[in-house]
Design a protein around this ligand. Structure first.
Ligand code: UDP
Length: 335
């Protein structure tokens, strides 16, 4: 049965909708019949990652007057926030930027929502809020001692959301990503600078880099390289839509999104060799600061509460979609 709110086209605001997970979610919201309003300053997002059927507004949530005008000029069914700073390594040299973007600017967005009565919020959180894993797979109840200012900024914002629910009735659903990966036909992964394993490996396969550097092979894992839980952006986007549509009954809640299958860096490189047919030379270099040996999610809660059912749970499936996108977009979103 079509939920009552779906009978008319509802507008959803996607802050950071020109980014990686934001563009994948915009695409699926549009396919599901929503009107998507992408708000992005294009500082990290890409013009070409904005869905042609979305309404695009260039702007920043750091600008309170702009937010007031935006929320005053239209009705939103809810808002999703994909924006902010995300790189762990840089968060250890410039914490101000992380607390500013992820906490201060996020608060401006929330306050504008409160003022204009927009009461559903879906938030991009991270496994970095947990810190060093005490158990694998990690449940949502895992202890939370972030090892970097990025994780701390997201944890602070999750706690702010709890109080905005209690006091202002903003229903908020937080999704704690592990490692987002993969691509749709149209939208893929392109960060500047690129630091993520899978796009870097595929750039080697495309002949754009000579080799992939493996950051350490002396971790306590089966081949000594770090284990991560790679989750397809399509599946992340599905969860966001389920979060939005269930926000009223959830009130305030948080879910891990992962496949419960960890892959070592070596296994990801081998899977990429299988998928691309390229040799992909790799060399071992020293550990990267801030990396933990294993991060694997338990997503039992997302499955049982939201009915989340990942379509691309295996690393080969994820790499196939990412490779297809990279083959069609050699330079990413750059023209
Ligand atoms: N990694 C690597 N070489 C690279 C980039 C990443 O060995 O050039 C490793 C990194 O140490 C981590 C895993 O690949 O164990 C995933 O890293 P990524 O930066 O993609 O995501 P993160 O887990 O840091 O969020």
């Amino acid at each position: 049965m079509v939920p009552s709110f779906m009978r008319d086209k509802k507008s959803v605001l996607l802050v950071g909708g020109a980014g990686y997970v934001g563009s994948a979610t915009t695409e699926q919201l549009i396919e599901r019949g929503y009107h998507a309003v992408v708000l992005d300053n294009l500082y990290q997002g890409h013009q070409d990652a904005i869905h042609p059927a979305a309404e695009f507004i260039k702007g920043s949530i750091s600008d309170e007057e702009f937010l007031d005008n935006l929320f005053g000029s239209r009705e939103f069914f809810g808002a999703m926030d994909f924006a902010g700073e995300t790189l762990i390594e840089f968060s250890m040299t410039n914490p101000n930027r992380y607390f500013q973007a992820n906490v201060v600017d996020g608060l401006k967005l929330l306050n504008a929502m409160v003022k204009h009565g927009v009461e559903r919020f879906v938030f991009s959180s991270t496994s970095a809020i947990y810190g060093e894993p005490q158990e694998i797979p990690m449940p949502e109840t895992h202890q939370k001692y972030p090892g970097n200012s990025y994780g701390e900024s997201k944890l602070i914002f999750e706690q702010i959301l709890k109080w905005y629910h209690r006091i202002h009735n903003i229903r908020s659903v937080c999704f704690r990503y592990f490692n987002a990966a993969g691509a749709s036909e149209r939208f893929g992964e392109d960060h500047r600078p690129e630091t993520h394993l899978i796009p870097l490996i595929l750039q080697v396969a495309l002949g754009q880099r000579n080799e992939i550097k493996i950051f350490g092979d002396d971790y306590p894992t089966k081949d000594g390289t770090c284990v991560r839980d790679y989750t397809h952006v399509y599946d992340l986007a599905q969860a966001h839509i389920a979060g939005l549509e269930n926000a009223d009954s959830l009130g305030h809640d948080a879910f891990n999104l992962g496949n419960g299958d960890g892959y070592t860096v070596q296994e990801v490189i081998q899977a990429a060799r299988d998928v691309t047919g390229h040799a992909i030379p790799a060399t071992i270099v020293p550990r990267r600061a801030g990396d933990v040996s294993r991060m694997v999610a338990s997503s039992e809660k997302a499955k049982s509460v939201l009915g989340w059912n990942p379509k691309f749970p295996k690393i080969h499936q994820i790499l196939e979609t990412a490779w297809k996108w990279h083959l069609q977009n050699h330079k990413g979103y750059e023209r």
